[in-house]
Design a protein around this ligand. Sequence first.
Ligand SMILES: Cc1ncc(COP(=O)(O)O)c(C=O)c1O
Length: 383
Amino acid sequence: MAENYQFETRCIHGDGGFVEGHPYGAVSVPIFQTATFAHPGIGKSTGYDYSRESNPTRYELESVMSSLEGADDSIACSTGMAAIGICLELFGEGDHILCTEDLYGGTVRMFESIGEKRGLKFSYVDTSDIDLVRKNIRKETKALYIETPSNPTMRITDFAEMRKLADEFGLLILADNTFLSPYFQKPLQLGADIVVHSGTKFLGGHNDVLAGFVCVKGKELSEKLRYTYKTVGCSLSPFDSFLVLRGIKTLSVRLERQQENAKKIALWLKNRPEVTEVYYPGLEDHPGYEVNRKQATGAGSMLSFRVDTVERTRKILESVKLISYAESLGGVESLITYPMLQTHGDVPVEIREHLGITEDFLRMSVGIENAEDLIKDLEQAFQ
Ligand SMILES: Cc1ncc(COP(=O)(O)O)c(C=O)c1O
């Protein structure tokens, strides 16, 4: 039975009623580690037939995600890339998708290789500039694909403005909500039609599982996406579904602490003479600060910064002790990444340079450690 619980409660109990459905009253969801389900009779089903299509552990996770994102349906995939991949099947030859220009590099790789091979066309603009988005809509444009904050330069796109354009030109809006998670931002309530996630990041939260989600409004989109999902078979395993469910239980407390730490680090970086620029949408002088405040309840815990010399960039990466020099983001452990070589390594050089993803640019995912310890670690790495 759907209850009107607050977000923090829904992270743990969904809309309510799960425990009543668990065998023996298990408080935590059992891991239904089974590939197939016996039929009670000819033409009869327990509700589950084969785990590629659906599984009770995964179903519980999908229900929690729908509750958090305000979706009609959420589809749990094996990775974030798999989630983005099934969305491409909504489009056909000649269709054009207009994207935020600094998307996650893996998404650009998928669009430019698999997408282009299937005859889809992509172009990339700064979607924080509404006029530029309007100018780049073509007659073949079918969708806007948005990341806000963008990755890794943290630009903010105004969902309400994108919705107006989408209504005017009959477009779908797809939003990658990995960076803020539904705790801080709910794109479906702001005008998006489809939300994708790398569940590997804040939702899983512990750097120990890969997962992805597609969360949608409306039966038609849900049916199309579910058809591709069961056909390509990119389902999240029962055990990984359990891990992500467990991760989501602490989403609100982790993100509060991560954001608090990120703010402290952003301010500390701003006062360092070696740092030439800090990109964090929680700073009042960030160009997207007001728009982010209007549409999200927080700025999250992702930040990027630029230092004075290339040598210093390399020195920082090789000297951090507590913070790991590693790809990925969103977990309890703080990570520092070199986007030029890692997350955006496959983005063509001229585009990278246009975006400012150069040798002096670093991205940090701030975890839940003690903020003073993190700052001390950065301080020794700067010297
Ligand atoms: C914003 C964003 N979207 C999607 C992905 C892809 O997710 P996954 O690594 O789970 O496939 C990533 C991975 O880093 C990401 O940062």
